[in-house]
Design a protein around this ligand. Structure first.
Ligand SMILES: [Mn+2]
Length: 464
């Protein structure tokens, strides 16, 4: 059977964080390299739709350079691939209005859908009823010959206030439903709107795709990225059940590429390049998604999804001494820095970024004090800095005595256990941020209460 004609191809990407500097170093060259990679991915895979699921910019007030980069990228895509549909949604880092203003600068806005802010309308007596404008979220993907290929629910980042402000998210007494229930109402409401508007979407002839930008429960956290903060505020967490009925869900927010369901139906594409040092182990890039009709044996999900991840070569090297997440012994740090003296300095996109985490062990050091050791390392770093590397982070810490630390604490935030045991995760994060100090008892108690409350809320939401 030849599926090539009837399959739908999507290029799924998110979290570009344009304008992001790394420890104050400019990253323009890396982003230029990313544009080349992206153009190449599009040329090779010839997608029908390009989905960019939020956090286009790093801040709500991006630099002119960041805006120009986006404008040039979109115009170039449009010039080379005039038929490609482009759907862009805002993330929590973006200004919704700024994102929506992008189209002003486009040479052609045909086939371009941008939703920065969540669209609502006020009705009823004195405008007291607030409803989502589903017609502004739903984007029908129509081919050159006029046939419907898919419908996209282009849902931007949903602030808790936007979700709570909807009349449908109030219970009978006027109280708020949970964030998760509120978000579910939005996605399911949009799905009903799509099915009612396009019969081909209601009978499984064309796939229905959702976009979203938030932390979804059971996603593995990357180190040091946006999702980490949310792991502490349990009430922000959302389960995959809210996407029931959608054939593919293109998520942004977590920078670590992953599937949330084993059939690839709900996924994060991750960021196309490491946004910070915590992400140096990621295989960044974009995802090429193909949605194939599966026949009609399964009424609910008549499509199957196959994903090819395009992993991009690093434009600039990230070097951490030592590798992993621990502090390095004197031997490891000194030999690591010495090795850099002979580095080739392959720097088409700038010198490698370097972070150094050293540990001073008074009982086993060539230096009498931690201060002397630091001065020695600083001298070495001055020789390398700007010549062989760009120095990002440098820390020297006293070796911990006693039993804290150890293998368990050095694990990376990458497994599901991290999400399932928020207190342990919080303990580790606290130590990371506070030079190895344990979390004070009162903070710990408060946090456990918050977590317990959040878990209670989650259970309540699941029982609705
Ligand atoms: Mn985000």
């Amino acid at each position: 059977m030849d599926n090539s004609e009837s399959s739908l191809k999507i290029l799924h990407t998110s979290d570009w964080h344009l304008g992001k500097r790394l420890h104050d170093y400019d990253r323009t060259a890396e982003y230029e390299y990313f544009r080349t990679c992206l153009m190449d991915s599009i040329a090779r895979s010839r997608p029908d739709i390009l989905l960019i699921a939020g956090d286009i910019f790093d801040t709500v007030t991006p630099s002119i350079e960041a805006e120009k980069f986006l404008g040039r990228t979109l115009n170039e895509i449009r010039r080379v691939h005039p038929d490609l549909h482009i759907v862009i949604t805002g993330g929590n880092h973006d200004s919704g209005r700024k994102i929506e203003s992008i189209s002003i600068y486009m040479e052609s806005c045909a086939g371009l859908k941008i939703v920065g802010e969540f669209p609502v309308a006020y009705g009823g007596e004195n405008g007291r009823i607030c409803e989502p404008l589903y017609e502004k979220l739903a984007y029908p993907v129509i081919s050159q010959d006029g046939s419907l290929l898919a419908v996209v629910a282009a849902v931007p980042y949903l602030t808790p206030a936007a979700v709570a402000g909807l009349s449908m998210n109030r219970d009978a007494e006027g109280g708020e439903v949970s964030y998760e229930t509120g978000v579910r109402n939005i996605y399911q409401g949009c799905l009903s709107h799509i099915r009612n508007t396009w019969p081909e979407a209601s009978n499984g002839q064309v796939p229905i795709i959702a976009m979203g930008h938030f932390y979804v429960r059971d996603s593995a956290l990357g180190d040091d990225n946006d999702g980490k903060g949310n792991a502490l505020g349990g009430e922000d967490q959302i389960g995959t059940g809210i996407f029931d009925g959608y054939n593919y869900v293109a998520l942004g927010h977590i920078h670590f590429r992953q599937n949330l369901t084993d059939n690839c139906r709900i996924r994060y594409s991750g960021s196309p390049l490491p946004i910070n040092f915590g992400e140096i182990a990621y295989r960044n890039g974009v995802d090429l998604v193909e949605i194939l009709p599966r026949g009609c044996e399964d009424g609910a999900y008549p499509f199957s999804v196959s994903v090819n991840s395009d992993v991009y070569k690093r434009a600039t090297e990230f070097i951490r001494i030592p590798r992993g997440t621990k502090n390095g012994s004197e031997d490891a740090v000194v030999s690591g820095l010495d090795a850099l003296k002979n580095a080739s300095g392959d720097c088409s996109c700038g010198l490698p970024f370097l972070s150094v985490f050293a540990e001073y062990d008074p009982g086993n050091s060539a230096y009498k004090t931690i201060g002397e050791y630091r001065i020695f390392l600083e001298k070495k770093l001055r020789e390398l800095s700007g010549v062989k590397v760009r120095l990002c982070q440098f820390k020297v810490e006293m070796k911990e005595s006693g039993n804290s630390g150890g293998a368990e604490n050095d694990r990376e935030f990458r497994s599901l256990d991290d999400v399932l045991n928020p207190m342990q995760l919080a303990d580790r994060m606290y130590r990371d941020v506070n030079n190895g100090k344990e979390m004070p008892g009162d903070v710990r108690k408060l946090l456990s209460e918050i977590i317990a409350e959040a878990e209670g809320t989650r259970e309540a939401a699941e029982n609705v």
